[in-house]
Structure formats: structure tokens, C-alpha cells
Design a protein around this ligand. Structure first.
Ligand SMILES: [Ca+2]
Ligand SMILES: [Ca+2]
Length: 205
């Protein structure tokens, strides 16, 4: 082997080593990037990204694009004053999304949601209210879903699903009332829809 061939082979070997190291570094960087940008699993999406914002979630939805302002009102056993658009935060519940139909809403979605922190035992009430209907519909169908996450659960689970209709501006309907036991379970015989006004709540004299 000539001196030239020897040096050439040494240079080739060095090039291979550098290439292998660069490839290794590239693979490590790729794995790091994939770790950051990997898609959120479907079951995590259902929970609201990673963790839900509370232990109880009340959602209402009415047809998208319909220009009607429907309101969600909720009251937990530890919220003396009901929670809705004019009182967005209580001890347990918070109204996270207020939706006025198409007004001040760049999206087509019609959806309100309230979360509650913790699951105190006692009675919960869920009302819907038609603030205004600027659409051509003569009645607004509203789907209501109540979900809870008990202490040892890994995800929110729907416990009550209802559909109700609002027809006249000012209509307020109690969609559901239910009582949670100390372990967060719904007491089946407690579930009812006897009307309990929430929006017109006034401080006890
Ligand atoms: Ca509303
Ligand atoms: Ca909307």
C-alpha cells in the first residue's frame, strides 16, 4: 500500500466516524423534537388536553351558526349564589365560556361550559335560559351534558345527558337537579327537573 493510499483510507475512516456521530446527534435531536411535538392522545383531548379544569363539568350546546344567545346557569351545594353570565365565579363553579350566539364571536360555535372544583355532596341544579333569539328558529334545541371525575377516576365521565327546547326570550328551564353522595356518586332517586329559578336569585334578606 502506498503512502498516499494509506492516508486516503485514514481520511475515509475519519469521514465515516464523523458521519456516524453527526447521524447519531441528528437522531437524538429528532427524538427530542418528536417528544415535544407528538400528537395529544385522543383520550387526553376528551379530558381537555391533559387534565380537566375541575371535577365537574356542565356543557350546553345549541346549533352552531344560529344567532341565539342561550345561557347556562349552575348551582352547587356550596355556591349560595348561582353561577352564570352575570356571576361568572362562585366557590365551586366557574363559567369558563360565555356564548352570545354570533355576537362578539368570531367562531361558528354555540357552546357554554362551567367547571366546578371538587365534588361537595348535596344538590346541584342546572338551568338554561334564552336571553335572545335573533335567528329564524321558533325553538332552540339545547343539549346539556354533566360530567364528573371522581377522586380515583382517570377521566371525566358523563353522568347526565338531556335535550331541552327554549322558545321565548326570557324562558328559563331547570334541565336537571341531582344529589351527589360523599363519594361523588349520583343518588339515582334524587334526579329530577322540578323548576328552581337561578337567574333571578336574590340575596336572602
Ligand atoms: Ca349566553
Ligand atoms: Ca357562538
Amino acid at each position: 500500500m502506498s503512502r498516499y493510499d494509506y492516508r486516503s483510507r485514514a481520511v475515509d475512516t475519519m469521514s465515516v466516524n464523523v458521519s456516524q456521530k453527526m447521524m447519531f446527534v441528528f437522531l437524538v435531536l429528532l427524538l427530542i423534537v418528536l417528544g415535544y411535538v407528538r400528537p395529544i392522545p385522543e383520550d387526553h383531548k376528551k379530558q381537555g388536553l391533559v387534565n380537566p379544569a375541575g371535577n365537574i363539568m356542565v356543557e350546553i350546546r345549541w346549533p352552531d351558526k344560529v344567532d341565539a344567545d342561550v345561557d347556562l346557569w349552575v348551582q352547587s351545594p356550596e355556591d349560595e349564589r348561582p353561577v352564570g353570565y352575570s356571576n361568572k365565579g362562585g366557590k365551586i363553579f366557574n363559567l369558563l365560556r360565555d356564548d352570545r350566539g354570533n355576537m362578539d364571536d368570531p367562531t361558528e360555535l354555540n357552546y357554554e361550559v362551567a367547571y366546578g372544583r371538587s365534588l361537595p355532596s348535596g344538590e346541584y341544579t342546572v338551568n338554561i335560559h334564552l336571553y335572545s333569539n335573533r335567528s329564524t328558529l321558533t325553538e332552540i334545541p339545547v343539549t346539556v351534558v354533566v360530567s364528573i371525575q371522581k377522586k380515583d377516576d382517570t377521566e371525566m365521565r358523563p353522568i347526565i345527558t338531556r335535550k331541552a327546547f327554549l322558545r321565548v326570550n326570557g324562558d328559563e328551564i331547570t334541565v336537571t337537579r341531582f344529589t351527589l353522595a360523599a363519594d361523588g356518586s349520583v343518588i339515582p332517586e334524587s334526579v329530577n327537573d322540578l323548576f328552581k329559578p337561578l337567574r333571578e336569585w336574590k340575596e336572602p334578606q
